[in-house]
Design a protein around this ligand. Structure first.
Ligand SMILES: [Zn+2]
Length: 395
């Protein structure tokens, strides 16, 4: 299938992208405020906003307040949400979740499909089918949607569009973005799933207004996305923020990564279940059983959750000591058991965070799993405004 025509967003210079990104994430906003927050001259801001207004990406919301001197009345600028739409799909443990969002990351439609197979061809076919279904369900996107964001777990090189290593999917070096571009006709950007959620929080969630923040997800795995000075860290080899594999106990349990005492080997959902099973001898214990047992007062189960909370707190402290974020957001399905270990998380974080790193705000933020698909779609917006896939497209 031929790739559809690219959008015509007029972003010719880094300054244009900075202006557009600022209005997108912090609008409605006055031109003068854009200039102040970006450090760009008012002439540069005026030039960028004029082109974006002409192309229909921005709207003026009308005069606000009194005229400043003899100049024009100040008008607020905002992004026109329905100027362009974006598809997003995340590959979750048992299903594919797809959304269409508008330019302000508002979700317009959501659809789920079971993940029937982890074979590459099957996953590509199912994602393409899901995107077609989303398009049918939301016909307004017709002619105004040219980008797809996809997220998977594991080591992803976004600039190449390659899933380098995904233990869950059993993939190595799968050029998923390229395969999906051929299957859907949409410009496709591939990203790690935690980083996708991090970018969504950075631009449209709890990270707005911070220059450095971290998103930590707890549950089946324990991972983090890191934003330092406004940039999402990707690492030289596609790996960054793997706080689940910080070892906090060299004599601790064996992790699936092969090392001992990783945070994930102590505090992931499965690690918690395994430890309680071995301590209680209840071989068919499930995750909800584990939570119920601890809540009923079983000391062995409670001790396992306590240790998990301590491990997570130490990981957060390591993260705060290394990058000094203003805020750490904790999310993920593991929050279901939060009241069993939240106190330990805060205590061990406070005990280990160095000096002013302890001032970092810890925010608990439940995000329904559909938000991971929104995160994938936000990566497509991110790619439109701050493209990292140019290298791949010119190959
Ligand atoms: Zn590990």
């Amino acid at each position: 299938m031929e790739r559809r025509r690219d959008t015509e967003i007029p972003l010719d210079t880094p300054a244009d992208a900075l202006v557009c990104g600022t209005i997108l994430t912090q609008g409605p906003i006055l031109r003068g405020e854009v200039s102040r927050r970006t450090g760009l001259s008012s002439a540069a801001v005026t030039r960028a906003t004029r082109d974006l207004l002409d192309a229909g990406y921005l709207v003026e919301l009308g005069p606000t307040g009194p005229r400043a001197g003899s100049g024009r009345p100040a008008t607020l600028l905002d992004v026109r949400a329905d100027r362009e739409f974006f598809a997003g799909v995340t590959v979750a443990t048992e299903e594919l979740i797809g959304v269409v969002i508008d330019l302000k990351a508002g979700v317009r439609v959501t659809r789920h499909r079971p993940l029937l197979s982890r074979e590459v061809d099957s996953v590509v076919g199912e994602i393409a089918g899901l995107v077609a279904e989303l398009t049918r369900e939301f016909p307004r996107s017709s002619g105004r949607m040219s980008r797809l964001g996809v997220t998977v777990s594991g080591d992803v090189d976004r600039s190449l569009g390659v899933a380098q290593y995904s233990p869950f999917l059993g993939w190595r070096n799968v050029p998923l973005a390229h395969l999906l571009e051929n299957a859907t006709g949409l410009i496709t950007v591939l990203e790690n799933n935690v980083r996708g959620l991090t970018i969504a929080e950075q631009w449209f969630g709890a990270g707005v207004g911070t220059s450095s923040f971290a998103l930590v997800t707890i549950g089946a795995g324990i991972g983090s996305g890191l934003v330092v000075n406004g940039t999402v860290l990707t690492g030289a080899h596609g790996v960054a923020g793997e706080i689940g594999h910080i070892s906090i106990d060299p004599l601790g349990p064996l992790c699936r990564c092969g090392c001992r005492g990783c945070v994930e080997a102590i505090a992931s959902d499965q690690a918690i279940i395994d430890q309680i099973r071995s301590k209680t001898g209840i071989s068919h214990l499930t995750g909800p059983d584990a939570i119920a047992l601890a809540k009923s007062g079983d000391p062995a189960a409670q001790a396992v959750f306590t240790r998990a909370g301590q491990a997570i707190g130490l990981a957060l402290a390591a993260l705060a000591n290394l990058i000094g974020p203003e805020r750490i957001v904790i999310s993920g399905e593991g929050l279901a058991a939060l009241d069993l270990f939240e106190e330990e998380v805060h205590q061990s974080f406070a005990a280990q965070a160095f000096a002013t790193a302890a001032q970092c705000e810890i925010v608990i933020r439940p995000l329904p799993f559909d938000q991971w698909a929104r995160g994938a779609a936000v990566v497509a917006i991110h790619d439109l405004i701050t493209p990292e896939t140019k290298n791949r497209r010119t190959i």
